[in-house]
Each structure stands twice: as structure tokens, then as C-alpha cells.
Design a protein around this ligand. Structure first.
Ligand code: HEC
Ligand code: HEC
Ligand code: HEC
Ligand code: HEC
Ligand code: HEC
Ligand code: HEC
Ligand code: HEC
Length: 328
């Protein structure tokens, strides 16, 4: 009796151990697969960690050889790079030192490094097949003609497109509100941030709310329409217009948007309208699906209903006039 119980428990133990070994093996394989996947998606994560260990946090530490002590210091908040944003961005496959000089591996950084020219967007993307569909050259031409570049020759693409977090949004996202927030954030990161603004201009940025006093329902507008849609020249070549015009040429006229031929079809709704047209032939499905721009909708039932209402009102006026004539 006793031996049978013992035998059973030994058998159970063996079975359990085998299961454990299999389990551990499976776990280690999954971890390995995850590592391999990570390696494939973020080939430079290990190298980049050499920079992120300082630039990924509000604090950084180093060993002071002179005092032989570990020192902890605060990082300049403008030098903190959000690693999760970086690994979500267009440039997640890059190594920090693809753009920054390898000299940055040494700390304290050599002050001379700040004099090194940085590669521009076009240095990497001009004539590159993978990103040809983005029309970098046309965008460059539009940017060069923009009011920003004309006022400040040191204005850079990277001042709007933070190379550490820029992620293509308007082209890929279907949610118009999300696109609007993402794109407007690029303008506001400077027009509402005195530190970034002062890199270019001696004066403080004008208050955006005050500058748009004339626009009713400002909150609704800034959530549904981009700064670009009123401030950039509409072009055919590029999908996102880059020629910001002087303020006197900005769209001021409500009807430009609140009408059947809303200019938004050629700007904000450009990606969606192209897609919808090729998918189901409806030109303004975008407007009907995403937001109802007053009077830009072309629903035939509503159009007929408004005609009927108009007719009825006309009829009432005529009857009213006849009755008045009769009563006189
Ligand atoms: C030990 C911490 C530490 C490490 C590691 C580090 N940095 Fe820095 N970095 C700093 C600090 C602190 C500053 C602020 C300016 C200074 O003290 O030189 C800075 C400034 C910078 C600047 C902007 C100002 C300038 O001097 O041009 C850049 C760009 C930069 N680092 C890039 C990098 C890159 C790229 C790496 C990795 C290859 C890296 N850093 C690794 C601490 C570090
Ligand atoms: C695609 C190119 C590119 C890559 C990749 C890149 N940077 Fe930068 N970085 C820039 C540019 C451009 C600037 C702006 C330089 C300027 O305005 O003086 C900059 C600025 C910085 C600054 C100074 C803060 C600022 O915003 O001016 C730090 C710190 C920095 N980078 C760290 C890093 C680290 C860490 C990595 C890797 C995780 C990295 N960078 C990867 C292009 C790049
Ligand atoms: C050091 C070279 C380098 C620089 C500088 C650089 N890029 Fe890139 N960029 C790349 C690489 C590499 C990729 C990844 C392409 C891929 O996924 O095959 C990329 C991807 C992109 C993509 C996304 C393409 C896609 O299909 O998702 C866009 C958009 C982009 N970059 C814009 C810019 C802009 C704007 C700038 C300037 C602010 C810039 N790049 C600067 C090398 C660079
Ligand atoms: C004043 C701000 C600003 C400047 C300066 C700027 N851009 Fe843009 N750019 C934007 C905005 C906003 C978008 C839309 C981003 C999104 O939602 O994907 C955009 C989109 C793009 C796209 C993607 C277009 C597409 O078809 O999806 C590329 C590529 C690009 N910019 C390159 C550049 C280059 C190169 C420069 C400099 C020659 C530059 N940009 C300067 C604001 C700017
Ligand atoms: C509905 C159209 C519209 C939208 C959306 C819009 N603007 Fe404007 N904006 C204008 C017009 C029109 C003016 C000129 C106002 C005037 O003449 O007083 C202007 C003026 C400005 C000025 C000049 C201010 C000055 O007095 O020097 C700036 C800067 C500006 N806008 C930035 C922005 C930014 C940033 C956004 C996005 C958050 C934005 N605008 C959204 C139409 C618009
Ligand atoms: C890096 C900072 C920066 C960014 C990003 C930026 N701007 Fe500007 N912008 C400026 C400065 C500086 C001026 C000059 C204001 C002045 O001196 O009157 C300016 C001027 C303007 C003007 C007024 C031009 C005039 O005729 O006076 C408009 C409109 C404008 N910006 C729109 C935008 C829009 C739209 C975006 C985003 C797509 C944007 N800006 C992004 C810095 C920036
Ligand atoms: C650049 C395009 C554009 C211009 C210019 C423009 N609007 Fe709008 N407007 C919109 C969009 C998009 C909405 C958001 C529609 C929605 O609610 O989905 C909107 C919303 C509104 C609303 C709010 C409707 C509601 O839901 O409560 C009013 C009112 C309005 N606009 C009036 C005006 C007036 C008056 C002007 C001229 C002074 C004007 N708009 C100029 C695009 C524009």
C-alpha cells in the first residue's frame, strides 16, 4: 500500500518535472523569438541604449573620475528623447549616430560637436525609392517658397518634423480629428512655446487665440481643421501642402469651407477622398463619414427636402398675399 502511494508520487514528480522542463523550454523559446523580433524591428536598440540611458530620462548619472563618485544630475528637458515615441516613429530603425556624430558616445560631449553639420531630410531621402511616393523634392520647393523660410533662412524641416518622433499620420490614419491634432501640434510646438520660438525670433509668439478672434467656435474649428488648411497654398504635386503663405493670404472666407466645393477636399480630406473615389466612387463620403461641414454635404434627400420646404414657404407667402389683397 505504502509503496504504491510512493511509486505514484514519484511518477507524479517525474511527470511534473518533465512538464516544467517543457514549460521552461517553451518560455525561453518565446523570449528568444521576441528578442529576434525586436532585433528585426529595432535593429539598433542595443546601440541606441548607450544614448537613451541618459537622454531617455529626466535624470542621468555618470562616474566622476576626479571625485571618484557617482553623480546624478537633471537632464535639460529639451534634450530628453522619449524612447517609446522614437520606436514608434518613422525613424525607429535608425541608430542615433546615423544622424549624430559618433563623438557623442563620449561624455562629457566635446563642444566642437555642435559645429558639425547635421544630415538634412533630403540628404537621405533624395532619390530614395522607398520614400519616393512622398515627393520630397516638391515639398522642398514649396518649403523654400514658404513665409517661414523667406523670413528665416535657418528654418529647418526638422523644426516641424522632430526627427525623433515624426510619424506619418495624415496619409495613414482615417480619423480626421486625430490627424488635425497631430498636425496642429507641429505648429503649436513653436507658436505656443516661447523657448522653441525664440530659437528663431527675438519677439514672443503672438497669442493664437487672439490672432483668430474673428473665427467663431474656435475650439470646434481647431479640432476639425488644420492650421495648414487656411495657411498653406493648395498644390497638386504633394499630398501635404508646405508653402505657408503670408498671413494676409490666409483663408478668411467662411464659404471657402462651408460650401459644396469646400477647399478641404483638396487639403485635409485629400487622402480620404482619393481613397473613397477609387473604392466606392463617392466623392464626398469623407465629409459625410467624418464630420459634417455645414452646407458642404451633398446628400440628395436633404437637398430635395430643402427644396420642398422652400416651395412650401413660397406657397404660404403667396396665399398670405392673396388673402391680404382679398381682405383689402
Ligand atoms: C552620460 C550621459 C550621456 C550620454 C551617454 C549621452 N549624452 Fe548626450 N548629452 C548629455 C548631457 C548632460 C547633455 C547636455 C549638454 C552637455 O552637458 O554637454 C547632452 C547633450 C547632447 C546633445 C545636444 C547638445 C550638444 O552638445 O550638441 C546631443 C545632440 C546629444 N547629447 C546626443 C547624444 C547621443 C547621440 C548620444 C549617444 C551616442 C549621447 N548624447 C549620449 C548626456 C549624455
Ligand atoms: C534622422 C536623424 C536623427 C536621428 C536618427 C536622431 N537624431 Fe537627434 N537630432 C536630429 C536633429 C536634426 C536634431 C536637431 C539639431 C539642431 O536643431 O541643432 C537633433 C537633436 C538632438 C538632441 C538635442 C535636442 C534637440 O531637440 O535639439 C538630442 C539630445 C538628440 N538629438 C539625441 C538623439 C538620440 C539619443 C538619438 C537616438 C535615439 C537621436 N538623437 C537620433 C536628428 C536625428
Ligand atoms: C540619416 C538618414 C535620414 C535622415 C537625415 C532622415 N531620414 Fe527619414 N528615413 C530614413 C530611413 C532609413 C527611413 C526608413 C525607411 C524604411 O522604412 O525603409 C526613413 C523613413 C522616413 C519616412 C517614412 C517612410 C515610410 O514609408 O514610413 C518619412 C516620411 C521620413 N523618413 C521623413 C523624414 C524627414 C521629414 C526628415 C527630416 C526631418 C528625415 N526623414 C530625415 C533615413 C533618414
Ligand atoms: C511648418 C511646418 C512644416 C515644415 C517646415 C515642414 N513640414 Fe513636412 N509636413 C508638415 C505637416 C503638418 C505634415 C503632415 C504630417 C502628417 O500628418 O503625416 C507634413 C508632412 C510631410 C511629409 C509626408 C507627406 C505625405 O505625403 O504623407 C513629408 C515627406 C514631409 N512633410 C517632408 C518635409 C520636408 C522634406 C521638409 C523641409 C524641406 C518639411 N516637410 C517641412 C509640416 C511641415
Ligand atoms: C479658418 C482658417 C484659419 C485656421 C484654421 C488657422 N488660421 Fe491662422 N490665421 C487665419 C487668418 C485669416 C489670419 C489673418 C488674421 C488677420 O488678418 O488678422 C491668421 C493669422 C495667423 C497668424 C499671424 C498672427 C499675427 O497677427 O501675426 C499666425 C501666426 C497664425 N494665424 C497661425 C495659425 C496656427 C498655428 C493655426 C493652427 C493652430 C492657425 N493659424 C489656424 C486663418 C486661420
Ligand atoms: C520652429 C518654430 C515654428 C514652427 C514649427 C511654425 N512656425 Fe509659423 N512662424 C514662426 C515664426 C518665428 C514666425 C515669424 C513671426 C513674425 O516674425 O511675424 C512665424 C510666422 C508664421 C505666420 C505668419 C506669417 C506672416 O505673414 O506674418 C503664419 C501664418 C505661420 N507662421 C503659420 C504656421 C503654421 C501653419 C505652422 C505649422 C504648419 C507653423 N507656422 C509652424 C515659427 C514657427
Ligand atoms: C478652413 C475651413 C473652414 C473655414 C475657413 C471656416 N470653417 Fe467653420 N467649420 C469648419 C469645419 C471643418 C467645422 C467642423 C464641422 C463639424 O462640426 O464637424 C466647422 C464648424 C463651424 C461651426 C460650428 C458648427 C457646430 O457644430 O457647432 C460654425 C458655427 C462655423 N464653422 C462657422 C464658421 C464661420 C462663421 C466661418 C467664417 C468666419 C467659418 N466657419 C470658417 C471649417 C471651416
Amino acid at each position: 500500500m505504502h509503496t504504491i502511494v510512493k511509486m505514484k508520487s514519484i511518477q507524479m514528480n517525474i511527470a511534473f518535472s518533465i512538464l516544467m522542463i517543457f514549460g521552461l523550454f517553451a518560455v525561453s523559446q518565446t523570449v528568444k523569438a521576441q528578442e529576434a523580433q525586436k532585433q528585426k524591428t529595432f535593429p539598433n536598440a542595443t546601440d541606441n541604449h548607450r544614448c537613451f540611458k541618459c537622454h531617455g530620462h529626466k535624470f542621468f548619472s555618470f562616474f566622476n573620475d576626479v571625485t571618484e563618485q557617482k553623480v546624478i544630475k537633471r537632464m535639460n528637458p529639451y534634450y530628453v528623447i522619449d524612447s517609446s515615441e522614437f520606436y514608434r516613429s518613422n525613424h525607429r530603425v535608425l541608430e542615433c549616430t546615423d544622424c549624430h556624430d559618433g563623438g557623442y558616445l563620449k561624455f562629457p560631449h566635446n563642444g566642437q560637436l555642435q559645429m558639425q553639420p547635421m544630415p538634412t531630410c533630403l540628404d537621405c531621402h533624395d532619390g530614395d525609392d522607398v520614400t519616393a511616393k512622398f515627393h520630397f523634392n516638391e515639398i522642398k520647393k514649396e518649403f523654400d517658397a514658404s513665409v517661414h523660410k523667406k523670413m528665416y533662412s535657418n528654418f529647418q524641416c526638422s523644426m516641424c518634423h522632430d526627427p525623433h518622433k515624426y510619424l506619418v499620420t495624415a496619409r495613414r490614419d482615417k480619423n480626421i480629428k486625430k490627424i488635425v491634432i497631430y498636425d496642429n501640434e507641429m505648429c503649436l510646438s513653436c507658436h505656443s512655446d516661447i523657448v522653441n520660438y525664440k530659437v528663431l525670433s527675438d519677439s514672443a509668439p503672438k497669442n493664437i487665440t487672439v490672432a483668430h478672434d474673428w473665427l467663431p467656435n474656435q475650439i470646434i474649428h481647431f479640432q476639425n481643421v488644420r492650421c495648414l488648411d487656411c495657411h498653406a497654398k493648395v498644390q497638386n504635386d504633394s499630398m501635404v501642402d508646405h508653402q505657408i503663405l503670408p498671413k494676409a493670404s490666409a483663408v478668411h472666407n467662411c464659404v471657402k469651407c462651408h460650401s459644396k466645393n469646400t477647399i478641404l477636399m483638396a487639403s485635409l480630406y485629400k487622402f480620404q477622398s482619393k481613397k473613397n473615389r477609387s473604392e466606392n466612387g463617392f466623392l464626398n463620403a469623407t465629409i459625410l463619414n467624418n464630420s459634417y461641414v455645414i452646407s458642404a454635404n451633398r446628400n440628395t434627400i436633404l437637398n430635395k427636402a430643402s427644396l420642398i420646404i422652400f416651395g412650401l414657404i413660397l406657397l404660404i407667402i403667396i396665399i398670405h398675399t392673396i388673402l391680404r389683397i382679398i381682405s383689402k
